[in-house]
Design a protein around this ligand. Structure first.
Ligand code: ASP
Ligand code: MG
Length: 465
Protein backbone atom coordinates (compact mmCIF):
# COMPACT_ATOMS: atom_id res chain seq x y z
CA UNK A 1 0.00 0.00 0.00
CA UNK A 2 0.94 3.60 -0.39
CA UNK A 3 0.33 5.44 2.89
CA UNK A 4 0.66 9.17 3.51
CA UNK A 5 0.76 9.78 7.27
CA UNK A 6 0.76 12.90 9.36
CA UNK A 7 2.16 13.42 12.82
CA UNK A 8 0.77 16.37 14.76
CA UNK A 9 2.76 18.75 16.95
CA UNK A 10 2.40 16.77 20.18
CA UNK A 11 3.34 13.54 18.40
CA UNK A 12 6.67 15.17 17.53
CA UNK A 13 6.98 17.32 20.65
CA UNK A 14 9.95 15.64 22.36
CA UNK A 15 12.82 13.22 21.77
CA UNK A 16 10.75 10.41 23.31
CA UNK A 17 7.81 11.17 21.02
CA UNK A 18 10.01 11.37 17.94
CA UNK A 19 11.59 8.03 18.87
CA UNK A 20 8.08 6.60 18.76
CA UNK A 21 7.45 8.24 15.39
CA UNK A 22 10.64 6.70 14.02
CA UNK A 23 9.56 3.28 15.27
CA UNK A 24 6.19 3.64 13.57
CA UNK A 25 7.85 4.79 10.35
CA UNK A 26 10.24 1.82 10.34
CA UNK A 27 7.44 -0.67 10.94
CA UNK A 28 5.15 0.91 8.34
CA UNK A 29 7.97 1.00 5.82
CA UNK A 30 8.41 -2.79 6.08
CA UNK A 31 5.02 -3.21 4.48
CA UNK A 32 4.18 0.03 2.72
CA UNK A 33 5.41 2.96 0.69
CA UNK A 34 5.42 5.75 3.23
CA UNK A 35 5.32 9.56 3.08
CA UNK A 36 5.45 11.48 6.37
CA UNK A 37 3.94 14.91 6.87
CA UNK A 38 4.97 16.67 10.07
CA UNK A 39 3.82 19.65 12.11
CA UNK A 40 6.11 21.94 14.06
CA UNK A 41 7.31 20.67 17.45
CA UNK A 42 4.70 21.41 20.07
CA UNK A 43 6.17 21.00 23.53
CA UNK A 44 4.17 22.11 26.58
CA UNK A 45 6.73 24.79 27.41
CA UNK A 46 7.58 25.77 23.84
CA UNK A 47 4.84 25.79 21.23
CA UNK A 48 6.84 26.50 18.12
CA UNK A 49 4.23 28.04 15.83
CA UNK A 50 2.67 30.20 18.54
CA UNK A 51 6.14 31.36 19.58
CA UNK A 52 7.12 32.28 16.02
CA UNK A 53 3.92 34.23 15.48
CA UNK A 54 4.41 36.09 18.77
CA UNK A 55 7.95 37.04 17.72
CA UNK A 56 6.73 38.33 14.36
CA UNK A 57 4.16 40.48 16.13
CA UNK A 58 6.76 41.83 18.54
CA UNK A 59 8.92 42.76 15.56
CA UNK A 60 6.02 44.64 14.00
CA UNK A 61 5.71 46.61 17.24
CA UNK A 62 9.28 47.76 16.73
CA UNK A 63 11.30 45.09 18.54
CA UNK A 64 14.13 44.47 16.06
CA UNK A 65 15.52 41.81 18.36
CA UNK A 66 12.25 39.92 18.61
CA UNK A 67 13.82 36.51 17.98
CA UNK A 68 16.81 37.00 20.29
CA UNK A 69 15.25 35.13 23.17
CA UNK A 70 13.34 32.42 21.32
CA UNK A 71 15.85 31.49 18.60
CA UNK A 72 18.32 29.84 21.02
CA UNK A 73 15.47 28.02 22.79
CA UNK A 74 14.11 26.68 19.51
CA UNK A 75 17.58 25.63 18.45
CA UNK A 76 18.18 23.90 21.78
CA UNK A 77 14.86 22.04 21.72
CA UNK A 78 15.47 20.65 18.24
CA UNK A 79 19.12 19.83 18.81
CA UNK A 80 18.39 18.09 22.10
CA UNK A 81 16.04 15.70 20.32
CA UNK A 82 18.55 15.29 17.49
CA UNK A 83 21.34 14.42 19.92
CA UNK A 84 19.23 11.56 21.27
CA UNK A 85 18.15 10.19 17.89
CA UNK A 86 20.41 11.18 14.99
CA UNK A 87 24.00 10.34 14.11
CA UNK A 88 26.70 12.86 15.12
CA UNK A 89 27.33 13.83 11.52
CA UNK A 90 23.61 14.38 10.88
CA UNK A 91 23.47 16.45 14.06
CA UNK A 92 26.28 18.66 12.82
CA UNK A 93 24.58 19.26 9.46
CA UNK A 94 21.24 19.87 11.14
CA UNK A 95 22.71 22.45 13.46
CA UNK A 96 24.18 24.39 10.55
CA UNK A 97 20.81 24.29 8.74
CA UNK A 98 18.78 25.35 11.76
CA UNK A 99 21.17 28.15 12.65
CA UNK A 100 20.95 29.57 9.16
CA UNK A 101 17.15 29.43 9.23
CA UNK A 102 17.04 31.18 12.58
CA UNK A 103 19.55 33.80 11.36
CA UNK A 104 17.28 34.44 8.42
CA UNK A 105 14.43 34.91 10.87
CA UNK A 106 16.34 37.44 12.93
CA UNK A 107 17.19 39.41 9.78
CA UNK A 108 13.56 39.29 8.83
CA UNK A 109 12.46 40.56 12.24
CA UNK A 110 14.85 43.51 11.91
CA UNK A 111 13.31 44.40 8.55
CA UNK A 112 9.80 44.08 9.95
CA UNK A 113 10.74 46.30 12.91
CA UNK A 114 12.13 48.96 10.56
CA UNK A 115 9.05 48.88 8.35
CA UNK A 116 6.81 48.78 11.43
CA UNK A 117 4.43 46.54 9.53
CA UNK A 118 3.80 42.82 9.39
CA UNK A 119 2.21 41.76 6.11
CA UNK A 120 0.46 38.37 5.91
CA UNK A 121 3.15 37.41 3.44
CA UNK A 122 5.97 38.11 5.91
CA UNK A 123 4.03 36.39 8.69
CA UNK A 124 3.88 33.21 6.59
CA UNK A 125 7.68 33.21 6.35
CA UNK A 126 7.83 33.36 10.12
CA UNK A 127 5.08 30.94 11.07
CA UNK A 128 6.12 28.21 8.62
CA UNK A 129 9.64 27.96 9.95
CA UNK A 130 8.71 25.46 12.69
CA UNK A 131 7.70 22.84 10.12
CA UNK A 132 10.84 23.45 8.09
CA UNK A 133 13.06 22.91 11.12
CA UNK A 134 11.13 19.88 12.28
CA UNK A 135 11.02 18.05 8.94
CA UNK A 136 14.83 18.17 8.93
CA UNK A 137 14.98 16.90 12.50
CA UNK A 138 12.52 14.05 11.88
CA UNK A 139 14.31 12.99 8.70
CA UNK A 140 17.58 12.85 10.66
CA UNK A 141 15.89 10.81 13.41
CA UNK A 142 14.50 8.39 10.81
CA UNK A 143 17.95 7.98 9.30
CA UNK A 144 19.20 7.32 12.83
CA UNK A 145 16.64 4.48 12.94
CA UNK A 146 17.97 3.04 9.70
CA UNK A 147 15.60 4.48 7.10
CA UNK A 148 16.67 6.27 3.94
CA UNK A 149 14.72 9.42 4.84
CA UNK A 150 14.81 12.83 3.21
CA UNK A 151 13.37 16.17 4.40
CA UNK A 152 11.38 18.15 1.83
CA UNK A 153 9.82 21.59 2.05
CA UNK A 154 6.25 21.57 0.78
CA UNK A 155 7.05 24.87 -0.94
CA UNK A 156 8.45 22.56 -3.63
CA UNK A 157 5.36 20.34 -3.71
CA UNK A 158 2.16 22.16 -2.79
CA UNK A 159 1.21 25.00 -5.13
CA UNK A 160 -1.30 27.46 -3.71
CA UNK A 161 -3.03 30.73 -4.49
CA UNK A 162 -1.63 33.85 -2.85
CA UNK A 163 -4.06 34.22 0.03
CA UNK A 164 -1.31 34.42 2.61
CA UNK A 165 -2.21 32.94 5.97
CA UNK A 166 -5.08 30.89 4.53
CA UNK A 167 -3.95 29.72 1.10
CA UNK A 168 -5.90 27.25 -1.03
CA UNK A 169 -4.08 24.55 -2.98
CA UNK A 170 -4.14 24.51 -6.76
CA UNK A 171 -4.68 20.79 -7.11
CA UNK A 172 -3.62 20.28 -10.74
CA UNK A 173 -0.32 22.10 -10.34
CA UNK A 174 0.26 20.39 -7.00
CA UNK A 175 -0.42 17.01 -8.50
CA UNK A 176 2.11 17.55 -11.22
CA UNK A 177 4.79 18.97 -8.96
CA UNK A 178 4.35 16.59 -6.02
CA UNK A 179 4.26 13.48 -8.18
CA UNK A 180 7.31 14.50 -10.19
CA UNK A 181 9.25 14.97 -6.99
CA UNK A 182 7.93 12.19 -4.75
CA UNK A 183 7.28 9.25 -7.09
CA UNK A 184 10.95 8.58 -7.87
CA UNK A 185 11.76 8.70 -4.15
CA UNK A 186 9.05 6.20 -3.34
CA UNK A 187 10.12 3.88 -6.11
CA UNK A 188 13.64 4.08 -4.68
CA UNK A 189 12.21 3.00 -1.26
CA UNK A 190 13.13 6.35 0.27
CA UNK A 191 10.96 7.97 2.95
CA UNK A 192 10.09 11.61 2.22
CA UNK A 193 9.47 13.73 5.33
CA UNK A 194 7.42 16.70 4.20
CA UNK A 195 6.64 19.91 6.09
CA UNK A 196 2.96 20.33 6.98
CA UNK A 197 1.21 23.70 6.97
CA UNK A 198 3.19 25.41 4.17
CA UNK A 199 3.09 25.72 0.40
CA UNK A 200 4.14 28.27 -2.18
CA UNK A 201 2.52 30.28 -4.97
CA UNK A 202 3.24 29.53 -8.62
CA UNK A 203 5.92 32.20 -8.41
CA UNK A 204 7.48 30.35 -5.46
CA UNK A 205 6.48 32.74 -2.66
CA UNK A 206 5.91 30.77 0.59
CA UNK A 207 2.36 30.60 1.95
CA UNK A 208 0.59 28.80 4.80
CA UNK A 209 -2.69 26.89 4.75
CA UNK A 210 -4.11 28.33 7.99
CA UNK A 211 -3.59 27.34 11.63
CA UNK A 212 -3.68 23.61 12.14
CA UNK A 213 -3.03 23.29 8.40
CA UNK A 214 -0.80 20.21 8.57
CA UNK A 215 -3.84 17.94 8.40
CA UNK A 216 -4.76 19.70 5.18
CA UNK A 217 -1.22 19.27 3.80
CA UNK A 218 -1.45 15.57 4.47
CA UNK A 219 -4.82 15.27 2.71
CA UNK A 220 -3.58 17.19 -0.29
CA UNK A 221 -0.54 14.97 -0.67
CA UNK A 222 -2.53 11.79 -0.04
CA UNK A 223 -4.95 12.83 -2.77
CA UNK A 224 -2.41 13.82 -5.43
CA UNK A 225 -0.28 10.73 -4.77
CA UNK A 226 -3.37 8.48 -5.03
CA UNK A 227 -2.56 7.02 -1.60
CA UNK A 228 -4.32 3.78 -0.66
CA UNK A 229 -4.85 5.12 2.84
CA UNK A 230 -4.07 8.30 4.75
CA UNK A 231 -3.28 8.05 8.45
CA UNK A 232 -3.51 10.84 10.98
CA UNK A 233 -1.43 10.02 14.04
CA UNK A 234 -2.79 11.77 17.10
CA UNK A 235 -2.74 11.32 20.86
CA UNK A 236 -5.98 9.35 21.09
CA UNK A 237 -6.90 5.83 19.95
CA UNK A 238 -9.39 7.13 17.42
CA UNK A 239 -12.74 8.87 17.30
CA UNK A 240 -14.71 8.39 20.51
CA UNK A 241 -18.44 7.78 20.87
CA UNK A 242 -18.69 10.67 23.38
CA UNK A 243 -16.49 13.03 25.34
CA UNK A 244 -14.71 10.74 27.84
CA UNK A 245 -14.71 13.49 30.46
CA UNK A 246 -18.49 13.29 30.46
CA UNK A 247 -18.96 9.63 29.66
CA UNK A 248 -16.21 7.47 31.17
CA UNK A 249 -17.41 4.42 29.24
CA UNK A 250 -17.06 6.21 25.86
CA UNK A 251 -15.58 3.87 23.25
CA UNK A 252 -13.31 4.25 20.26
CA UNK A 253 -15.35 3.71 17.12
CA UNK A 254 -13.98 1.15 14.70
CA UNK A 255 -15.57 2.59 11.59
CA UNK A 256 -17.23 5.83 10.51
CA UNK A 257 -18.47 7.09 7.18
CA UNK A 258 -17.28 10.40 5.75
CA UNK A 259 -20.66 11.95 6.38
CA UNK A 260 -20.76 10.76 9.99
CA UNK A 261 -17.34 12.29 10.50
CA UNK A 262 -18.60 15.54 9.01
CA UNK A 263 -21.59 15.58 11.34
CA UNK A 264 -19.39 14.93 14.33
CA UNK A 265 -16.84 17.60 13.47
CA UNK A 266 -19.69 20.02 13.10
CA UNK A 267 -20.90 19.13 16.56
CA UNK A 268 -17.63 19.89 18.21
CA UNK A 269 -16.04 16.45 18.41
CA UNK A 270 -12.29 16.67 18.10
CA UNK A 271 -12.00 14.97 14.72
CA UNK A 272 -10.73 16.13 11.36
CA UNK A 273 -12.25 19.26 9.90
CA UNK A 274 -14.42 18.39 6.86
CA UNK A 275 -12.71 20.98 4.65
CA UNK A 276 -9.35 19.50 5.55
CA UNK A 277 -10.19 16.03 4.33
CA UNK A 278 -12.27 17.06 1.36
CA UNK A 279 -9.51 16.08 -1.15
CA UNK A 280 -9.58 12.55 0.29
CA UNK A 281 -13.36 12.27 0.49
CA UNK A 282 -13.63 13.35 -3.13
CA UNK A 283 -11.33 10.52 -4.17
CA UNK A 284 -12.78 7.99 -1.73
CA UNK A 285 -9.42 7.46 -0.03
CA UNK A 286 -9.86 5.81 3.40
CA UNK A 287 -8.66 7.78 6.41
CA UNK A 288 -7.41 6.28 9.65
CA UNK A 289 -7.04 8.05 12.98
CA UNK A 290 -4.36 6.33 15.06
CA UNK A 291 -2.58 6.87 18.34
CA UNK A 292 1.15 7.62 18.12
CA UNK A 293 1.55 6.45 21.69
CA UNK A 294 -0.51 3.27 21.26
CA UNK A 295 0.24 2.07 17.72
CA UNK A 296 -1.00 -1.47 18.42
CA UNK A 297 -4.54 -0.07 18.43
CA UNK A 298 -6.08 -0.17 14.93
CA UNK A 299 -7.72 3.25 15.42
CA UNK A 300 -10.83 4.47 13.62
CA UNK A 301 -11.21 4.02 9.89
CA UNK A 302 -13.25 6.64 8.05
CA UNK A 303 -14.38 5.81 4.54
CA UNK A 304 -17.28 5.90 2.10
CA UNK A 305 -18.72 2.73 3.65
CA UNK A 306 -21.57 3.41 6.06
CA UNK A 307 -20.55 0.72 8.57
CA UNK A 308 -22.95 -0.83 11.01
CA UNK A 309 -25.05 0.33 13.93
CA UNK A 310 -27.68 3.00 14.20
CA UNK A 311 -26.70 5.79 16.57
CA UNK A 312 -22.92 5.90 16.80
CA UNK A 313 -21.92 8.91 18.79
CA UNK A 314 -23.41 11.61 20.92
CA UNK A 315 -21.92 15.07 21.27
CA UNK A 316 -22.89 18.35 22.87
CA UNK A 317 -22.39 21.95 21.83
CA UNK A 318 -22.45 24.29 24.77
CA UNK A 319 -22.79 28.05 25.06
CA UNK A 320 -25.61 28.26 22.59
CA UNK A 321 -28.64 30.57 22.56
CA UNK A 322 -32.00 29.44 21.28
CA UNK A 323 -33.90 32.32 19.70
CA UNK A 324 -37.65 31.95 19.21
CA UNK A 325 -39.71 34.27 17.04
CA UNK A 326 -43.43 33.79 17.48
CA UNK A 327 -46.83 35.37 16.99
CA UNK A 328 -50.34 34.49 15.86
CA UNK A 329 -49.98 36.24 12.51
CA UNK A 330 -47.07 34.10 11.37
CA UNK A 331 -49.41 31.36 10.16
CA UNK A 332 -49.33 31.51 6.39
CA UNK A 333 -47.27 34.71 6.37
CA UNK A 334 -45.24 34.05 3.25
CA UNK A 335 -41.59 35.00 3.33
CA UNK A 336 -41.33 35.48 7.07
CA UNK A 337 -38.78 32.66 7.44
CA UNK A 338 -36.67 34.15 4.65
CA UNK A 339 -36.74 37.53 6.38
CA UNK A 340 -35.87 36.05 9.76
CA UNK A 341 -32.88 34.16 8.43
CA UNK A 342 -31.86 37.06 6.23
CA UNK A 343 -31.66 39.21 9.36
CA UNK A 344 -29.64 36.58 11.19
CA UNK A 345 -27.23 36.37 8.28
CA UNK A 346 -26.85 40.17 8.18
CA UNK A 347 -25.91 40.03 11.85
CA UNK A 348 -23.12 37.65 10.86
CA UNK A 349 -24.49 34.78 12.99
CA UNK A 350 -24.37 31.19 12.00
CA UNK A 351 -27.45 29.00 12.52
CA UNK A 352 -26.61 25.81 14.34
CA UNK A 353 -30.11 24.33 14.26
CA UNK A 354 -33.51 25.38 12.94
CA UNK A 355 -36.96 24.14 13.92
CA UNK A 356 -40.49 25.16 13.06
CA UNK A 357 -43.60 23.20 13.92
CA UNK A 358 -46.23 22.99 11.22
CA UNK A 359 -48.63 25.20 13.17
CA UNK A 360 -46.29 27.97 11.99
CA UNK A 361 -46.83 29.98 15.15
CA UNK A 362 -43.15 30.16 15.91
CA UNK A 363 -39.73 29.54 14.45
CA UNK A 364 -36.73 28.80 16.60
CA UNK A 365 -33.07 28.55 15.80
CA UNK A 366 -29.81 28.31 17.69
CA UNK A 367 -26.70 30.46 17.40
CA UNK A 368 -23.51 30.73 19.42
CA UNK A 369 -24.22 32.66 22.62
CA UNK A 370 -21.76 35.36 21.64
CA UNK A 371 -23.75 36.02 18.46
CA UNK A 372 -27.21 36.16 19.99
CA UNK A 373 -27.45 39.86 20.89
CA UNK A 374 -26.52 41.02 17.40
CA UNK A 375 -28.96 38.57 15.82
CA UNK A 376 -31.82 39.74 18.04
CA UNK A 377 -31.10 43.43 17.31
CA UNK A 378 -31.16 42.76 13.59
CA UNK A 379 -34.38 40.74 13.94
CA UNK A 380 -36.14 43.53 15.86
CA UNK A 381 -35.28 45.97 13.08
CA UNK A 382 -36.40 43.59 10.34
CA UNK A 383 -39.68 42.70 12.06
CA UNK A 384 -40.62 46.17 13.36
CA UNK A 385 -43.70 46.44 11.14
CA UNK A 386 -44.82 42.90 11.91
CA UNK A 387 -44.66 43.76 15.60
CA UNK A 388 -46.89 46.82 15.06
CA UNK A 389 -49.36 44.64 13.18
CA UNK A 390 -49.17 41.98 15.98
CA UNK A 391 -48.30 39.34 13.43
CA UNK A 392 -45.16 38.79 15.45
CA UNK A 393 -45.48 39.19 19.20
CA UNK A 394 -42.33 37.96 20.78
CA UNK A 395 -38.66 37.24 20.29
CA UNK A 396 -37.37 35.04 23.08
CA UNK A 397 -33.80 34.07 23.89
CA UNK A 398 -32.77 31.27 26.22
CA UNK A 399 -29.40 29.70 26.98
CA UNK A 400 -29.17 26.09 25.94
CA UNK A 401 -27.05 23.10 24.98
CA UNK A 402 -27.50 21.20 21.73
CA UNK A 403 -27.18 17.44 21.93
CA UNK A 404 -26.51 15.72 18.61
CA UNK A 405 -26.86 12.00 18.05
CA UNK A 406 -24.97 10.95 14.91
CA UNK A 407 -25.05 7.79 12.85
CA UNK A 408 -26.05 7.12 9.25
CA UNK A 409 -27.59 3.79 10.28
CA UNK A 410 -30.39 5.79 11.87
CA UNK A 411 -31.71 6.42 8.35
CA UNK A 412 -34.84 4.42 7.79
CA UNK A 413 -34.60 2.66 11.16
CA UNK A 414 -37.79 3.24 13.10
CA UNK A 415 -37.73 3.78 16.82
CA UNK A 416 -34.45 5.67 17.16
CA UNK A 417 -36.07 8.96 18.08
CA UNK A 418 -38.38 7.10 20.45
CA UNK A 419 -35.43 5.56 22.22
CA UNK A 420 -33.66 8.90 22.52
CA UNK A 421 -36.72 10.63 23.91
CA UNK A 422 -37.45 7.69 26.20
CA UNK A 423 -33.97 7.74 27.66
CA UNK A 424 -34.18 11.46 28.31
CA UNK A 425 -37.61 11.07 29.88
CA UNK A 426 -36.27 8.36 32.20
CA UNK A 427 -33.39 10.64 33.15
CA UNK A 428 -35.78 13.50 33.84
CA UNK A 429 -34.29 15.71 31.11
CA UNK A 430 -36.71 18.12 29.46
CA UNK A 431 -36.43 18.57 25.68
CA UNK A 432 -36.94 22.16 24.57
CA UNK A 433 -36.71 21.73 20.80
CA UNK A 434 -35.87 19.04 18.26
CA UNK A 435 -34.48 19.01 14.73
CA UNK A 436 -33.80 16.18 12.37
CA UNK A 437 -32.78 16.74 8.80
CA UNK A 438 -34.32 14.42 6.24
CA UNK A 439 -30.94 12.78 5.67
CA UNK A 440 -31.60 11.20 9.09
CA UNK A 441 -27.86 11.19 9.83
CA UNK A 442 -28.32 13.25 12.90
CA UNK A 443 -30.98 14.03 15.48
CA UNK A 444 -30.41 17.23 17.40
CA UNK A 445 -32.10 18.15 20.65
CA UNK A 446 -32.06 21.34 22.61
CA UNK A 447 -31.91 21.06 26.41
CA UNK A 448 -31.18 23.37 29.31
CA UNK A 449 -27.45 23.90 29.96
CA UNK A 450 -27.76 22.32 33.41
CA UNK A 451 -29.13 19.11 31.86
CA UNK A 452 -26.70 18.77 28.97
CA UNK A 453 -24.21 16.41 30.60
CA UNK A 454 -26.91 14.11 31.92
CA UNK A 455 -28.57 14.08 28.48
CA UNK A 456 -25.33 12.93 26.82
CA UNK A 457 -24.85 10.21 29.43
CA UNK A 458 -28.45 9.00 29.21
CA UNK A 459 -28.40 8.71 25.43
CA UNK A 460 -24.99 7.02 25.44
CA UNK A 461 -26.30 4.50 27.98
CA UNK A 462 -29.46 3.73 26.10
CA UNK A 463 -27.61 2.85 22.90
CA UNK A 464 -24.69 1.37 24.88
CA UNK A 465 -22.54 3.06 22.26
N1 ASP B 1 2.08 24.23 13.16
C1 ASP B 1 0.88 24.72 12.57
C2 ASP B 1 -0.03 25.27 13.65
O1 ASP B 1 0.26 25.16 14.83
C3 ASP B 1 0.21 23.70 11.73
C4 ASP B 1 -0.25 22.46 12.44
O2 ASP B 1 0.20 22.14 13.52
O3 ASP B 1 -1.09 21.75 11.86
O4 ASP B 1 -1.03 25.83 13.34
MG1 MG C 1 -1.57 21.11 15.17
Amino acid sequence: MRVVMKFGGTSVGSAAAIRQVAKIAVESHHEHEVVLVVSAMNAPDLRTTDTLIAAAKAAAEGDGDATAEVAPRLLAMHMEAAAALATPSDCATLEVDLRSMLDYLSNLSRSIAILGELTPRALDLFSGLGERMNARLIAAALRGAGLDALALDATELIVTDDRFGMATPLMNETREQARACLQPLLIGRQVPVVTGFIGATKAGVPTTLGRGGSDYSCSILGAVLDADEVWFWKEVDGVLSANPKLVPEARTMERLSYSEMGEMAYYGANVLHPKTVQPLVQRRIPIRIRNTFNPAHPGTIISAEPGSGTAKAVTAIKDVSLITVGGPGMLGLTGVAARIFGAVARAGSNNLLISQASSEQSVCFAVARTEAAAAVAELRAELANDFSAHDVEHIGVIECTIIAVVGSGMRGTPGIAGRIFGSLGDAGVNIIAVAQGSTENNISLVVAPSEGDEAVRAIHRSFSL
